[in-house]
Write a protein of this length. Structure first.
Lengths: 118, 116
């Protein structure tokens, strides 16, 4: 079974430029998450999708970040314009949504996209 | 308020020895799940072990076990017989409530270094 795919792995941009990250979750996983991981910290949720609908985007800085999940599969996270503090690893994760005792609901992560803003 | 606290920024362990990574959590919800993830230098977060708040026994997965002390709100990860490949960042995470797709909240992590 293929894992969560993310691209690009690395991106370096100047501040005020824009950048987009792409994520393809595990086949059949209805829930998709974007997390931001700043160096030395744990991942922090930016946005959660269930199929193609947004479940939680309360921590997404909407003045500069946007995300979409068209057709309930792939997702794109965009930053425009980028700030220095956006330098981080952007992790995409997916999970198999089933409310059963056996399903722990663990998240499956991609390798992340490392962004450096100069 | 910090929901997940990992007080050890870094730990060292000799190869083949056991090591305990600490995690305390804070929640008022009686239903929750606790997770441990490993993050090697490649960056991918790898799921290790899960403990549900109603589970009667401590979770075990191969060399990983979770020392769950509900009254103390702690969920320490124990790695037995450490290997060089265990060197990585380890994150404790929590999901509050029973809904399986509620996002996980992560701690700041502990960097484990295994010494030959």
């Amino acid at each position: 079974e293929a894992g969560v795919a993310q691209s690009p792995r690395y991106k370096i941009i100047e501040k005020r430029q824009s950048v987009a990250f792409w994520c393809n979750p595990i086949s059949g996983h209805a829930t998709l998450y974007w997390y931001q991981q700043i160096l030395g910290q744990g991942p922090k949720l930016l946005i959660q999708f269930q199929n193609n609908g947004v479940v939680d985007d309360s921590q997404l800085p909407k003045d500069r970040f946007s995300a979409e999940r068209l057709k309930g599969v792939d997702s794109t996270l965009k930053i425009q314009p980028a700030k220095l503090e956006d330098s981080a690893v952007y992790l995409c994760a997916s999970s198999y949504y089933r409310d059963t005792i056996r399903n722990t609901g663990e998240l499956f992560f991609g390798e992340g996209s490392r962004l450096t803003v100069l | 308020a910090q929901k997940i606290t990992q007080t050890q920024p870094g730990m060292f362990v000799q190869e083949k020895e056991a090591v305990t990574l600490d995690c305390t959590y804070d929640t008022s919800d009686p239903s929750y799940g606790l997770f441990w993830y490993k993050q090697p230098s490649s960056g991918e977060m790898i799921f290790l072990i899960y403990q549900g708040s109603y589970d009667q026994q401590n979770a075990t997965e191969g060399r990983y076990s979770l020392n769950f002390q509900k009254a103390r709100k702690s969920a320490n990860l124990v790695i037995s017989a450490s290997q060089l490949g265990d060197s990585a960042m380890y994150f404790c995470a929590m999901r509050e409530g029973l809904v399986r797709n509620t996002p996980l909240v992560f701690g700041k992590g502990t960097r484990l270094s295994v010494i030959a």
